[in-house]
Ligand binder design. Structure first.
Ligand SMILES: Cc1ncc(COP(=O)(O)O)c(C=O)c1O
Length: 383
């Protein structure tokens, strides 16, 4: 007898993984593939931070649980960072360390919303928002954005959505577009959410990976928002699985109780690494300068291969291309590109269910020579 599996877990697979698997297979078979499909830094943790981790393990090999919201030392370091970096002052008790920002995402939705609540996401979007919202029995309201607003929401788009929202998720700089919400618009969105009783969830995972103006945190404009951030991107600690949240006062205890039951505590050794990482931001800023060089190459070279409708990327390590003039089926397009040009990109359907068949995401956190080579191959391919 086959027993049932829950409906809530029946969420879509990431289509991007098909391309990833195919690219992995080809690479394993000896093909020289230029990889623009992944979504993680090409660098690792700075060496002195790793050395520190070794010292910590040597002096305390047990590495037991910590408090469920994380070590006070690290939470305090994060609140100091907000004072220095953003000029925003809050007590460390509002900081919760989480198992990646993915751990924070699920606790954000669980602590703030009940089954049936309406939460808006802005497409193209980071796909887990939709999947987590659906799996928790909340309703997804989709706000479609376009190149006209740099694929970001505006107060006007929120007004037009015509739904009484309980929540709104924003992401600036964005995965998959790399675009940002300008500071004055961010403040308007925060005010709009406060006026309309909408709980704002701001995913700031790509803060500090910005190339023009620095990103501003919503914590500067409102105390009602849940801020999510991570050590995976700027801090290059992807596999160490640590993120953080800044919580409104009324959610601190709720998240603490959820964290106790769902996770017990965030990974201990990763908290030590994270603490030390704040002393080596000069190295991390060097990584950002490297990404910027790659983005400049893409902006100059991709249009020569017909990819001339690029998002106005100013941060993260993604650029999003509207390729409707080249294909009406980006899954097939990306598969052909991989087979013929030996370049891998992510088709847009994961990010935008209704329009992603004409878009692709390009990740440029990779070797600069490979980025240049990928452009050369694409130019040849599209001749
Ligand atoms: C926008 C965004 N938010 C959150 C995450 C999750 O990152 P992590 O769980 O590694 O912190 C990612 C990962 O790609 C992301 O792109």
């Amino acid at each position: 007898m086959t027993l049932k599996a829950s409906k809530r877990s029946d969420i879509p697979m990431f289509r991007a993984l098909d391309i990833l698997r195919e690219a992995n297979k080809r690479a394993a078979d000896g093909e020289n593939i230029m990889r623009l499909e992944a979504g993680l830094p090409c660098f690792g943790v700075p060496q002195p931070v790793l050395d520190y981790a070794k010292q910590v393990i040597d002096s305390d090999p047990r590495q037991t649980y910590t408090e469920s919201l994380g070590m006070s030392l690290v939470r305090d370091r994060i609140s100091l960072y907000y004072r220095d970096r953003y000029g925003v002052d809050f007590d460390y008790s509002r900081v919760a360390l989480t198992a990646g920002s993915s751990g924070g995402l699920s606790m954000a939705f669980m602590s703030a919303f009940d089954v049936g609540d309406k939460v808006a996401i802005c497409t193209p979007t980071y796909p887990p928002y939709r999947n987590i919202i659906n799996s928790l029995g909340l309703q997804v309201v989709e706000i479609q954005t376009s190149a006209e607003t740099d694929y970001q929401p505006t107060v006007e788009l929120l007004e037009q959505c015509g739904e009484k929202l309980d929540g709104l998720v924003i992401c600036s700089p964005s995965n998959p577009t790399g675009t940002m919400i300008a500071e004055d618009e961010l403040e308007r969105i925060c005010n709009w959410c406060d006026t309309n009783g909408v709980r704002l969830i701001s995913d700031e995972a790509y803060h500090n990976i910005t190339y023009e103006e620095p990103a501003q945190t919503v914590a500067k404009f409102t105390d009602n928002a849940i801020v999510l951030n991570t050590f995976s991107k700027y801090f290059a600690m992807t596999g160490w699985r640590l993120g953080w949240m800044i919580l409104p006062e009324e959610l601190i205890d709720r998240v603490k109780r959820l964290a106790e039951s769902y996770f017990v505590s965030p990974p201990t050794i990763s908290q030590h690494l994270a603490y030390k990482s704040f002393d080596h931001m000069d190295v991390l800023d060097g990584y950002v300068a490297y990404y910027k060089k790659n983005l400049d190459i893409l902006k100059a070279e991709l249009p020569k291969a017909g990819f001339d409708k690029l998002s106005n990327a100013k941060g993260a390590f993604y650029v999003y291309a509207d390729v409707h003039h080249l294909t009406n089926d980006t899954e097939d397009f990306c598969r052909r590109m991989l087979g013929e040009a030996k370049v891998s990109m992510t088709p847009g359907l994961d990010f935008d269910v209704s329009r992603g068949h004409t878009t692709v995401r390009i990740c440029y956190a990779d070797d600069t020579d490979d980025i240049a080579e990928a452009c050369r191959r694409l130019q040849e391919w599209q001749k």
